[in-house]
Each structure stands twice: as C-alpha cells, then as structure tokens.
Design a protein around this ligand. Structure first.
Ligand code: XMP
Length: 516
C-alpha cells in the first residue's frame, strides 16, 4: 500500500492511478488525516501531492515532523516537494519567479531517481515558490532556469521529490520517475496486477457474503454493474441473482445483447423485467426533461423492487437474500469522503407482497478500483468488448434523447438512426477516440425536404459527438467529413421519418453532452 496525501490538488487521483500503473496498490488520504493514522495503515511509502497553497500562507497545509522519522519512504511532488523540503530543514523561497507549463529540466546528477534519463528533457511545472536549498543529506539531482533545486533524493532514508508533476502525460519520463522511487528507493513490490486484483476481490466478497448468503444485483448494461456482477458470480455462484429492468428506452438490440453476452460470459442467473409498457404509460404526454427523468427514476425503483420481491420469495426455505451488489468506483468513494467499511441500505417496499422495509448489506466489489482497472478486470473475467469497452450511456436512456414526448414510435425511429450512426463510427475505427456520440431526435420539429421526386416533411436528428476526459467538460469531436457524410446519407435513406441530419458543434460548457 502506498498512500497519496491529497493537498487539495486535482492531481491526487491521477497520481494514485499512476502508482497502480506501476503495479503498486495506492489509496488517497486527505492531508488532514493525522500522521499517526496514516502510519497505522502501514504504508510502504507515502506520496505528497501538489496543491494550490503556498507554504508561506497562514494555515497552509503542512505535515509535522512525525512523518519524517525515517520509518516510511516519502516522495514529494510540487507543493509536496516544498513542504517536504521545509519540514526537513531545507529552504523554500517565494522568489516571485513562476514556472507554468512545459519546461526544460537539466539533470545534474541522475542518482537513483532520474537514472537513465536524458540530460535535458521537458517536464510539466506549475508553481510560484521554489526550493532554494535542499535539506542536509540530500543530493540535488536537477534544476531548471528558474528553479535551482528541481529534484532531490536521500536514498539512505528513502526520501525523494521533484518540483514538477511527473503524473501528467506532458512530463517526459514521468512514469519512470515514479517507478524509480517506488521500486528502487521505497522497495515496493509489483503485486498490483489485473489477475491479482480479480482474485483479491473475489476472495473478499466470498468472505463478506459467507457460504449461505444470497445477493441481488441490478444490471444496467454498462461496464460497472456487469463487472461487479461478474466478480460476485465468481465468488458465490448462483446464490447471486441479477436483475435487468428493460425500460424500453435502450438502443437497438441492446437488451438482447446484454442478456446474451452477459449470461454467456458469466453463467450468472439473470431475470429480465419487461417494463416497457409500464415506462411508456408513465411517460405519456410528458415532455419536460426533469419531469421525464423523475418518472423514469421512480418507475425504475418500482420495477426493480418488484423483481427483488420475486427473488426473495423464490429463495430456498430458510435462506435470506441479504446483500445488494453495487458498482461503486473508487473515485466515488474518494469524492464522498473516503467512508470505509460496509454500509446498509433500506429499501421501502410499497409494492404489494412484503409490507415491511427490507434491509440489505451493500456489496461493492469495485470500491477500490478506477474505471480503467474495472475494464481490465472485466476483460480478465471473460466479458466481451461490447460490455467492457462500452461508452457511457445515460440511465434514462433514449428517453432523454427524444426532445418532446417519448412514444414507442419515436423510440423506434431514434433507435434506427442511432444504430446506423454507431455502426459507421465503429467501421471508421472511431469508438476509441470519441467519448460518446448521442443521436438526438427533435421529435416536435419538422422540416421540408425533397427525396426522389417527392416533397418530404420529416424530423431532424442531431449528431452530438464529443471528446472528453471525465464528462465534466467536453469538446465537440472533429469527425472526418467522409464519416459524417456516410452517416447522413444512410440515415436519410434508411429511416424514412428522418429527412435531415445536423451536427452539434457546441463544447461543454456551455452545452451539456446530452440535450436534456
Ligand atoms: P451531461 O449531459 O450532463 O452528461 O453533460 C454527462 C455524462 O453523464 C451521462 N449522463 C447520465 N448518466 N444517468 C447516467 O447514468 C443519467 O441520468 C445521466 N445523464 C447524463 C451523459 O451520457 C454523459 O456521459
């Protein structure tokens, strides 16, 4: 275990991922966690992240000397580098000189940390203050035009640091810097491999659920719930029941694909609830986006609870379905304040059958994992690419991609157009480079067109291809004209209700990715 101490930088999660890419398990802790509690976790090393503060500000987060007793190796980057220098008796100055962005660094002495790296290479900087004198016992390894001490190490005590951000892709040899620290200075072993991750999670879930427990898992068609279910299936076999609510708002053939591929890959017991009519009846006459979302959410809970009751009723005599599987990921855990341990969830049943509240203990096999690890574990467990590489798709499905009232007929039109767009994107090899491409049906808009010899009066669709890192911000994707042409021609030829294809060229912000 390596702890990444978060000083409030947006980089802490990225650092934790890079450490894991070096095959060493890492967790993020807030800098406010007392040092004694950090050490109680018995970390093999501690990494201090960058942060927005200056070590000079009043109340700037810092670490007291307790951390530097020589017991645990420590690596500092950016702000963490400066706090470390200060805590160990070096000198940090606000020289008024700043460095931002790509910066050439000169290696003065490679030492262990920078071994094998070119004498000058480019790294990514973002700082105002600088370390002007390294603490005693440290070797200065590198400098830049502005920063005399840009990297240092004290291998005997297991301390090292760099002023730059080795975790960002723009820093050349950044991953190597981290690996040299982890493997060669801190002596961490490379045990965090995909095979091990899967085995560890399966063992953990076995222990949590025990030999008698029964669990239920909601499948959405997305990667997280599918991988979570696959792990639990490996742990407890057919004491797991998966439930997939078909709300009728999925894309063409998607429900059949989930049913077929998921079951084939995992052998899991799957109940598909056909709730299309229930959802469409509830959505009839509604076109306001928030109202649609609320209805879909409410009907989903109803349908899922109905299935829960069936599963509970059909469990063998004397056994209890006490566990609910959820696909919570590590970033959710970090963002919600690092809560540890197991929690329970109450689900109130107002559907006929069982009158009382049901209490489930949560099973969260992905709580420690980042998304890319989830995909890798999924592939390791035999799930096909259509599931593990699936692009994001909103829970309310096509219900929020029809602008206007949602009806069966409109859904079928959109499904046909969307299927063509997805097929052409895949053919062009673009699935990996775009984040997602919603196809939106402007169901209440009609425009005049001409096709063959006749006038048409059909609906437009909007293509919304975007690139993004995390869906918080996004840019419209510059798709090749030939691909756009192919999609447009095919949609207008093959879907008779659609006579116009338009392209959304708005970034996020100000636009959101979805239209509703
Ligand atoms: P927006 O439209 O807010 O979307 O820019 C950001 C990302 O979230 C997806 N999205 C959802 N995902 N339930 C989900 O699971 C939802 O209700 C939902 N709404 C939007 C959207 O597809 C994009 O990836």
């Amino acid at each position: 275990l390596v702890l990444v101490v978060d000083f409030g930088a947006q980089y802490a999660q990225l650092i934790a991922r890079r450490v894991r890419e070096a095959k060493v398990y890492s967790e993020i802790v807030p800098h406010t966690l007392p040092v004694a509690e950090m050490l109680a976790k018995k970390p093999k090393a501690i990494i201090l992240s960058g942060g927005p503060s200056s070590v000079y500000e009043d109340g700037a987060p810092s670490l007291n000397g307790e951390l530097f007793t020589g017991e645990v190796p420590v690596f500092g980057m950016c702000y963490g580098f400066q706090t470390m220098a200060q805590a160990l008796g070096g000198k940090v100055d606000a020289t008024g000189l700043r460095e931002y962005g790509r910066t050439p660094v000169t290696v003065l002495e490679p030492g262990t940390l920078l071994a094998g790296m070119p004498t000058t290479h480019n790294i990514w900087m973002s700082h105002g203050d600088q370390v002007v004198a390294a603490p005693e016992g440290f070797t200065v390894l590198a400098s830049t035009e502005v920063t005399p001490v840009a990297a240092f190490e004290d291998v005997a005590r297991g301390y090292a640091g760099v002023q730059w951000h080795p975790e960002v892709l723009h820093s050349e040899h950044g991953q190597q810097v981290l690996e040299h620290f982890l493997w060669n200075i801190a002596g961490c072993r490379q045990t965090w491999t995909i095979g091990n991750i899967a085995d560890e999670q399966i063992a953990r879930i076995k222990e949590q659920i025990g030999t008698e427990g029964r669990a239920i898992c909601g499948l959405s068609g997305g990667v997280d719930s599918a991988v979570a279910a696959a792990i639990v299936q490996k742990a407890i076999g057919d004491r797991l029941t998966c439930v997939y609510v078909d709300h009728g708002l999925m894309r063409k053939d998607e429900t059949e694909q989930v049913e077929r591929d998921f079951v084939a890959a995992t052998g899991a017991k799957l109940i598909v609830v056909d709730a299309e009519k229930q959802f469409l009846d509830a959505l009839a006459g509604v076109s306001e986006p928030e109202a649609k979302r609320k209805i879909i959410g409410r009907e989903f809970i109803r349908a899922f609870e109905g299935a829960e009751i069936e599963v509970i009723k059909s469990a063998p005599e004397g056994t209890k379905v006490g566990f609910l599987v959820q696909g919570t990921l590590y970033p959710d855990v970090v963002e919600s304040g690092h809560g540890a341990g197991t929690s329970t969830i109450k689900s109130h049943h107002n559907v006929g059958g069982l009158p009382e509240d049901l209490e489930f203990e949560l099973v969260e096999p992905l709580r420690e994992l980042f998304k890319d690890e989830v995909r890798a574990v999924g592939a390791q467990l035999g799930l096909p690419d259509v599931i593990v590489q699936r692009q994001p798709f909103p829970g309310p499905g096509l219900g929020i991609r029809i602008i206007g009232e949602v009806t069966r007929e409109r859904l079928d039109i959109l499904r046909d157009a969307d299927a063509i767009a997805r097929e052409e994107m895949t053919k062009a090899g673009l699935d990996g480079s775009i984040w997602q491409m919603p196809v939106v049906l402007l169901a209440d808009v009609r425009s005049v067109g001409v096709q063959g010899d006749g006038r048409t009066y059909g609906h437009p669709v909007v293509l919304r291809p975007v690139t993004s890192e995390d869906a918080m911000t996004a840019d419209w994707a510059r798709l090749p004209y030939e691909v756009l042409e192919k999609i447009s021609t095919r949609i207008t030829n093959e879907v008779k209700e659609i006579n116009r294809v338009t392209l959304d060229v708005t970034s996020k912000p100000p636009g959101t990715i979805e239209w509703e």
